[in-house]
Design a protein around this ligand. Structure first.
Ligand code: SF4
Length: 573
């Protein structure tokens, strides 16, 4: 059975932003209570995890205790927000407003038209927190319309001068049908399609997936309106649908005789719940698809990075004028692969650091993955030995540091581990890659330690550092839940992003200066161009995606690793 997971499955960027905000608040608080006003999102499992981090839920504004209060992604009525701000002014409260900017856009539309006398029609669900918040901004009156029958029941008076907006998660199809009808009846009317981009992309994908698979699984909270809409859409195409909150609710008998199954998930469904469902479904599969799934889960990410690291080594060597051979790039690629495969098994906290589904996968394939890691390590060390004792010694040292990174050692009677130094992972990865890809070959081949050499070390180190931290941005929630202390968790997203931009800016300025200084000494403009693109790419990536890491898993990995591939272009010049 082939399992196709929707690229949009998992938290939307607004929910991810709210989750990050609440988890960040649970780390950086002043000792007083941290709470959300109402449940942060409509997903009981995610709420459970937030609860385990000590975050309380205040059911109403008058129940908010002194301390920190996080406003959920759906937003809250303006009157409630004003009350909280008054308390903040008195020093009783700290407000972290995680209202999704897409929701705030709807508030702004209502704030613009309502004072001009426009009655507001909100296409949405009755009692949904977001629509309730929208209504609070409509000073010239408002109504929630959930379906065509309710639209038909609107009075002519209500439609004389009207603003029509939608709850951000409303069904696109219903929006078009209802607004078409209202356009015929309304007098002076403003129509604003405020369904957010994430919702329509998710519904679009649900539509096309439901048409191509034999059966559909929708994963998400039963109270989540956007998840319900996905299930309705799949039903509409006549496919059997299982709407589950967790993998335990799957009816496995329902898959017998099915060849393809599509997995959809709502905007408030955590990725780990989707992974759990996919893990169970893949166990039901057999034949080539099972092998394909295994190879992708086992080697998908690691081989993309290993290939990128190998190509980056080739590019940097060409730039430095080192002899171009296959051994150094293969050593770097095999080293990356070996470390990637090996380190989860050396974690003293066990295999669960990337969630229960990944832990089960690692446990099931322990032998195969460890053999692959040992083979990759043997290739790394064998090739290093073929280049000389010096190379072997350094590469073996780098492998030892990588393998021992998570281990605990007794120093002076105290347990000590490299991983407990905040941010150490990012630095260790950067140093290890720069050592294997640049420092060792430069030393072995006797190249001079000039400015260009140090620039190459800096280039590889910075790109590896930025890559690791971008992954940490993506994994912030999971890392906070398992108690990891990564840079974004310790410093906060904003400060970490500034550090990355500072490093990339230095890289960009350095490469431009180096090109200018060496313009007469064999430093062609094409090289400068590639270097500038290599430094600028992660900057643009961070700027575009730092909040919205919601591309599909493989696309995300490929796009983050792309900076390594760009450096490889230097080999062509
Ligand atoms: S569904 Fe859209 S509006 Fe709602 S939180 Fe997500 S991105 Fe924001």
């Amino acid at each position: 059975m082939k399992v196709i997971v929707a690229k949009t499955a998992g938290f939307c960027w607004g929910v991810k932003r709210a989750m990050d905000a609440v988890l960040e608040a649970s780390v950086h608080h002043d000792g007083r209570v941290v709470q959300t006003l109402g449940p942060l999102i409509h997903n009981p499992q995610a709420l459970d995890l937030i609860g385990k981090r000590g975050v309380a839920v205040a059911e109403a504004p008058d129940k908010v205790q002194n301390g920190t209060v996080v406003i959920r992604a759906h937003g809250i009525p303006i009157q409630d927000l004003r009350g909280l701000k008054e308390r903040q002014a008195k020093g009783e409260l700290k407000i972290v407003n995680a209202t999704c900017p897409e929701v705030a856009k709807v508030h702004n539309k209502i704030k613009k038209w309502s004072p001009k006398g426009y009655f507001t029609v909100i296409l949405g669900s009755h009692g949904h927190a977001e629509s309730v918040a929208h209504r609070s901004f409509a000073e010239s009156g408002s109504v929630i319309v959930a379906n065509m029958a309710e639209a038909q029941a609107l009075t002519d008076d209500q439609l004389k001068k009207v603003l029509v907006v939608a709850q951000t998660t409303f069904t696109v199809k219903d929006y078009h049908e209802i607004t078409e009808y209202l356009r015929e009846r309304a007098g002076e009317a403003v129509f604003e399609n405020t369904i957010c981009e994430d919702t329509w992309m998710r519904q679009d994908e649900a539509k096309s997936l439901a048409q191509t698979v034999d059966t559909v699984i929708v994963v998400g909270g039963k109270a989540s309106s956007n998840t319900k809409h996905l299930a309705e859409l799949a039903h509409h195409y006549g496919k059997p649908v299982q709407y589950v909150e967790t993998a335990a609710e799957l009816d496995l008998a329902g898959f017998s005789g099915k060849e393809t199954v599509g997995v959809l998930a709502g905007a408030s469904t955590p990725t780990w719940l989707v992974d759990e469902v996919v893990d169970v479904l893949e166990q039901l599969g057999d034949g080539p698809s099972r092998w394909r799934n295994f190879l992708q889960a086992a080697f998908g990410s690691s081989s993309l990075m290993a290939l990128g690291a190998g190509l980056m080594t080739l590019g940097v060597h060409k730039w430095l004028g080192l002899p171009l051979g296959w051994r150094y790039p293969v050593i770097t690629a095999a080293y990356v692969l070996a470390m990637y495969l090996l380190t989860p098994f050396l974690d003293p906290l066990g295999l669960g650091a990337k969630g229960p589904a990944r832990a089960r996968f690692l446990e099931r394939h322990r032998k195969g993955l460890l053999v692959s890691a040992a083979l990759a390590l043997a290739v790394t060390l064998g090739l290093a030995a073929s280049l000389g004792a010096k190379v072997l010694l350094i590469v073996a040292g780098a492998s030892l540091v990588g393998a021992a990174y998570k281990r605990r050692f007794q120093v002076g009677g105290k347990a000590w581990s490299l991983r407990h130094i905040p941010g150490s992972k990012d630095v260790v990865v950067a140093l290890a890659l720069a050592t294997v890809a640049v420092i060792t070959p430069v030393w072995q081949e006797g190249r001079v330690w000039d400015l260009r050499t140090f620039a190459a070390i800096f280039l590889v180190g910075v790109l590896a550092f930025v890559r690791t931290v971008i992954y940490e941005f993506r994994d912030m929630q999971n890392d906070q839940i398992v108690g990891k202390e990564t840079l974004p968790i310790l410093m906060g997203k904003r400060a970490t992003k500034l550090v990355l931009l500072g490093l990339l800016g230095t890289l960009l300025a350095g490469t431009l200066w180096l090109t200018y200084e060496n313009r007469g000494q064999g430093h062609p403009l094409a090289v400068a161009l590639v270097l500038v693109v290599c430094a600028a790419y992660p900057m643009v990536y961070l700027w575009l995606y730092h909040e919205r890491f919601t591309t599909g898993k493989n696309r995300f990995e490929l796009s983050v690793d792309f900076s390594f591939y760009l450096v490889g272009l230097l080999a062509l010049i």
